[in-house]
Design a protein around this ligand. Structure first.
Ligand code: SIN
Length: 309
C-alpha cells in the first residue's frame, strides 16, 4: 500500500495535498466543502483585521500555462474565521489558519485571537503581492523579522511562514538567517510570482483590472521557481524545518518533483480553481501511481532525495 499521509511539525495530514490559501477557501461553505473533499487539510483564505471585498474585477484570469490574480485579500475578517475554526475541526484533517495583515500591527492582533481558536497550525502570510501601495513583507528581512518576533510569542500551535519566491541565493540566505533565529515550525513556499503582466493581444489589453494589470502568477509556468525555492530552503535547513511546496502542481508527477526537492506536503491553487475539488482525488490517485511505479511506499522514502549531477 502506498501511503500519501505526511506529518508537519508533529501534525498528521491524511494526504499531502491541500488547497493553497486563496483557492476556494473564503466562505464557510467553501471551507466545509474542502473538509468534505479529498484535500488533506483545510487552509483558510489569508485573513485581515477587517472583512474585505478585495480588488475590483476582473481580478483572476486563467490561461493555458497558468493564471494571474490580484484578488486583494477578499476575506471575512479574522473574527469570523476564529468562530468557524472549531467547527471545521470535525472533518478529521488539520485546519491551517492563514494570517495576513495590512500593516505590522495587524499581525499580532489577528494571531492572538486565531491562536485562541486553536487551528492545528497557523501560517503567517508575508507574501501577498496584490495590495496597492503595500510591498511584500517577505522581501524586507527587517520587517519580516519584526513581524515574526511579534507573532511568535503569541502562537502556541505550530507556526509557519508563507514566503514569496526569491530569485537569488543571497536572498535565501538572508531570510534563512531570520527564520533560523525565531523557532519557525514550518515553511510554505512559494506564493504567486508577484507583479507579472499578462496581455491579450487581440483586445490589446491587460487581462485583470487592479494595479494596471499587474498581478501574481500561478500554475504550471511557476513550477521551476517553486522547486528552486523548496530546494534552496530544504538545503539551508538540512531538512530540519518541514516545507509545504506550492507552485505549479498540476498533476501527480509535479507533486513528486516537489517531494524530491524537499516538500513534505503540497498545496494547489490554480488547478483547484480551474478544475474544482475533484482535483484532489485525481492528484491523490496520480501521486499514488507514481510512487507505486517507482517502488516507494511513502513520501518519507523519497523526501529531499533529488540527485545532483
Ligand atoms: C490575494 O488575495 O491577492 C492573494 C493573496 C496572496 O497572494 O497572498
Amino acid at each position: 500500500m502506498t501511503d500519501l499521509s505526511t506529518t508537519i511539525a508533529g501534525v498528521r495530514f491524511p494526504s499531502c495535498f491541500m488547497n493553497a490559501a486563496g483557492a476556494l477557501c473564503v466562505t464557510r461553505e467553501e471551507l466545509v466543502a474542502l473538509g468534505q473533499s479529498g484535500s488533506g487539510a483545510i487552509v483558510t483564505k489569508s485573513m485581515t483585521v477587517e472583512p474585505r471585498q478585495g480588488n475590483p474585477e476582473p481580478r483572476y484570469y486563467g490561461f493555458p500555462g497558468g493564471s494571474i490574480n490580484s484578488m486583494g485579500l477578499p476575506n471575512l475578517g479574522y473574527k469570523a474565521y476564529a468562530e468557524l475554526i472549531p467547527d471545521l475541526k470535525r472533518f478529521g484533517k488539520p485546519v491551517i489558519a492563514s494570517v495576513a495583515g495590512l500593516c505590522e500591527d495587524d499581525f499580532p492582533i489577528i494571531a492572538a485571537v486565531i491562536n485562541a481558536a486553536q487551528p492545528d497550525l497557523i501560517e503567517v502570510n508575508l507574501s501577498c503581492p496584490n495590495i496597492p501601495g503595500k510591498p511584500q513583507i517577505g522581501y524586507d528581512p527587517e520587517t519580516s523579522e519584526r513581524v515574526i518576533k511579534r507573532v511568535r510569542s503569541l502562537i502556541t500551535v505550530p507556526m509557519g511562514l508563507k514566503l514569496p519566491p526569491y530569485f537569488d541565493p543571497a536572498h535565501h540566505e538572508v531570510m534563512g538567517k531570520v527564520i533560523g533565529r525565531h523557532g519557525v515550525d514550518f515553511l510554505n513556499m512559494i506564493n504567486s510570482v508577484g507583479n507579472g503582466l499578462v496581455v491579450d493581444p487581440e483586445r490589446e489589453a491587460v487581462v485583470i483590472k487592479p494595479k494596471g494589470g499587474f498581478g501574481g502568477l500561478g500554475g504550471r509556468i511557476i513550477k521551476p521557481v517553486a522547486l528552486a525555492n523548496v530546494r534552496a530552503f530544504y538545503k539551508l535547513f538540512q531538512g530540519k524545518i518541514p516545507i509545504i511546496g506550492t507552485g505549479g502542481v498540476v498533476d501527480g508527477m509535479d507533486a513528486f518533483e516537489h517531494v524530491l526537492c524537499g516538500a513534505s506536503a503540497v498545496q494547489i491553487g490554480t488547478v483547484l480553481v480551474e478544475e474544482g475539488l475533484g482535483s484532489f482525488d485525481r492528484l491523490n490517485n496520480e501521486l499514488t501511481a507514481v510512487l507505486a511505479r517507482k517502488g516507494y511506499r511513502s513520501l518519507a522514502e523519497c523526501l529531499g532525495t533529488v540527485r545532483e549531477l
